[in-house]
Design a protein around this ligand. Sequence first.
Ligand code: C5P
Length: 403
Amino acid sequence: MKSLANKNILLGVTGGIAAYKSAEIVRHLKKSGASVRVVMTKSAEEFITPLTLQALSGNRVSTELLDTESEAAMGHIELAKWADGILIAPATANTIARLSSGRGDDLLSTVTLAFDGPISLAPAMNQAMWRDNRTQDNLNKLLTQDFGICGPGSGEQACGDTGLGRMLEPLEILEIFSSSFDKGVLSGKNVLITAGPTQEPIDPVRFITNRSSGKMGYSLAHAAIEQGAQVTLISGPVNIEPPSNCNVIAINTAKEMSDAVKHHIKEMDVYIGTAAVSDYSPAEVKDSKIKKAGDNSSMILELKENEDILKFVSELEDRPYVVGFAAETDKLIENAENKLKHKKLDLIVANDVSDKSIGFDSEENEVTLITKEEKQLLKKQNKKKISKKIIEFISGRINEQNN
Ligand code: C5P
């Protein structure tokens, strides 16, 4: 198992016969350098005493949500803030069901709600309970919310049955759990992301813009940061909080975006252009507000083409891995493939914006990743998950290039 030195690990113990193995988990966690606090459910206390886990962890075991004494020591919010990771071993069918429905009716479930970090479950239950559709549905829901899972294993069970459902051995669990703290596949890489719309002024009060919300770019920034990258986010005006641990540069116009990209591109390993850069901007920006003629005549606004930032980046001599987005309303793949070629990209993410349930401003997206060699469809799912997969795809390709 990987070292957990200096990590604060909260071990949740729930009521299954495998709870006797939790004592050994605490011992191994301590041996690998972690500080350990244990939270037990009421039924876990039927299988193993808090005193055992307290003696091994060196910390008082917490059992009650509404207990003035324990809240005074370390309440649910403090525990959630203290922990770097939560491991629930054993995780019973009941606990999995309660976590999946977002219950906060005991200390352990409440801590997991208040916690924002990796949570892993080591399921332990009878094989029929494990196979039951309700358990599987509950688990799948948690897995799509980025809970980790260690096991279960297969074999003879305490009840005499044989099958899947027994808790993995402590060291097997910790092997999987400790890898959830890996530094990330983009560790040490610099990633530049453009996001959101641009605004091209016509006069002091009007501008040309588009419907880009910035959600895709921002969620890619989060995903790249999660994988250890140093992210610079050049963003048009959007209504989203940027990630706290990245360099955000706010711009309005395509020209400002282009200048900012040129300023930062040199040190970058990856460039991802998700921004909906305005293709044209007014040839002349009026100093004062344009007045209507009032004679039913039409008005002609002359536009000039803006620089293609993506093309500029891909034509650099010492270029990063270049990723573009193709938001199309028709001939999605054909248009995206043309763009891949014409703009000399390493990867294009093709996105059908005629479908209102995906793309601009929606929470979900369905995209096709296209490179010279391959096409990969990422079926409709939330932008967070799509982003994670895009980042994993990119890191796979840049690691291949480096080998
Ligand atoms: O050609 P089209 O505008 O559809 O290409 C979209 C891709 O090109 C996006 O990745 C977008 O960020 C980028 N782009 C750019 N500069 C422009 C126009 C688009 O970088 N002026």
